[in-house]
Design a binder for this molecule. Structure first.
Ligand SMILES: [Zn+2]
Length: 366
């Protein structure tokens, strides 16, 4: 993971200083030359056109597509996200024919300029704007366009990125595969990063939950502190139910529970969820300290009935950010749901949180 971090940081640094990086979209097995649009120069465009398909796109946030009056080229329903995201082509009005490297560089820089308006561009033209998804690489169907905007933004430049597919040198009728991309990167001194690595980096470095409520919950097991969290992208809501002082130095006993309507609400015996939750609540009451993080995936989950749709990767990031927000840096995972704890163990530790093993925690009094 450390090397992946290094790759992401090198890519951000390159884009920040107006140089190019290579972004690999693993879902397409394709590599893109990417750089910040506000750094576009004739030299960068010449390099791009020489080594890529030449189908140069600029990824822009939706607000800029609106401001510059760049409507979708295709309005039909049911088209793939990529086709729907493509906007009408343009040339900057102060360019010549618009196709040369110097003209395309000027058009791209003008598209990235916050002060240009719709009338500064001729339509159709030779630069293809595409709308990047609102949440960048953390959104659904994220690809190289979202990575290009994210790299520019993380590099403290205008959130607009140029992207173009890298062509194979060995077989110029096709696209460069992964080994060729690696050697291309080495030959030209370009950092190489994947969309997935960038997404992992953002999940680790940007808070993934927002604290939305805090209250005391009176229950027949006693009063617990409850803190509510919202995932700003998915809209799903999670709870931290706490007994004792969450910020204390001692390791906080932690039970991670994934919502199960059947087990939690109706006491289903078809799965262990209900019994595990009841045991965790009883143990927390007996000890007078502890925490249950109650995760609610964006779609309802009930064992054997409704699957829920979030992967344990994403949920473990959610857990880690909730713990960080609460100032809990040392936890002891309960062994009530060992598989869930083990799945999340690695991600939680990568946040610098200390996780103790669980064999003897949660003794229920009596
Ligand atoms: Zn269940």
């Amino acid at each position: 993971m450390k090397t992946a971090y290094g790759r992401v940081r090198r890519a951000i640094a390159a884009v920040a200083t107006g140089r190019a990086a290579i972004v690999v979209d693993d879902s397409e097995d394709q590599g893109y030359l990417v750089f910040a649009a506000d750094a576009a120069t004739a030299q960068l465009l010449t390099f791009t056109v020489r080594h890529t398909s030449g189908y140069v796109r600029i990824a822009l946030p939706g607000a800029d597509c609106e401001r510059l009056d760049l409507p979708p080229v295709c309005h039909r329903d049911g088209e793939s996200v990529g086709i729907a995201a493509q906007r009408v082509t343009v040339d900057f009005r102060e360019t010549g024919t618009g196709i040369s490297a110097i003209d395309r560089a000027r058009t791209i820089a003008a598209l990235a300029d916050a002060d240009t308006t719709a009338t500064d561009f001729r339509r159709p033209g030779h630069v293809i704007p595409v709308q990047a998804g609102q949440h960048g690489v953390l959104g659904r169907s994220a690809g190289a366009a979202e990575a290009a905007v994210d790299l520019a933004r993380l590099g403290m430049r205008r959130p607009a990125g140029v992207l173009c597919e890298i062509v194979s040198q060995r077989n110029p009728t096709g696209m460069a595969d992964r080994p060729e991309l690696v050697s291309f990167a080495g030959r030209h001194g370009l950092p190489l990063v994947s969309v997935a690595e960038l997404a992992t980096y953002r999940r680790r470095t940007e808070p993934q939950v927002v604290r939305s409520a805090e209250t005391t919950l009176p229950t027949d097991s006693g009063a617990f502190t409850v803190v509510g969290y919202r995932d700003p992208r998915e809209g799903s809501e999670h709870l931290a139910v706490i007994a004792g002082n969450a910020g204390a130095d001692a390791p906080m006993p932690l039970h991670i529970h994934l919502e199960c309507l059947g087990g939690d609400v109706f006491g289903s015996l078809a799965c262990a969820c209900g019994a595990e939750l009841a045991h965790a609540v009883a143990a927390m009451r007996a000890r007078g300290t502890g925490m249950i993080i109650y995760l609610r995936p964006p779609t309802a989950r009930a064992c054997g009935l409704l699957s829920g749709a979030t992967t344990s990767d994403l949920l473990s990031e959610t857990v880690a950010w909730i713990l960080r927000d609460l100032g809990v840096y040392t936890v002891r995972l309960s062994d009530d749901a060992p598989e869930l704890g083990l799945l999340m163990f690695g991600a939680i530790r990568e946040h610098g949180l200390h996780v103790e093993s669980a064999a003897t925690v949660w003794p229920v009094a009596g």
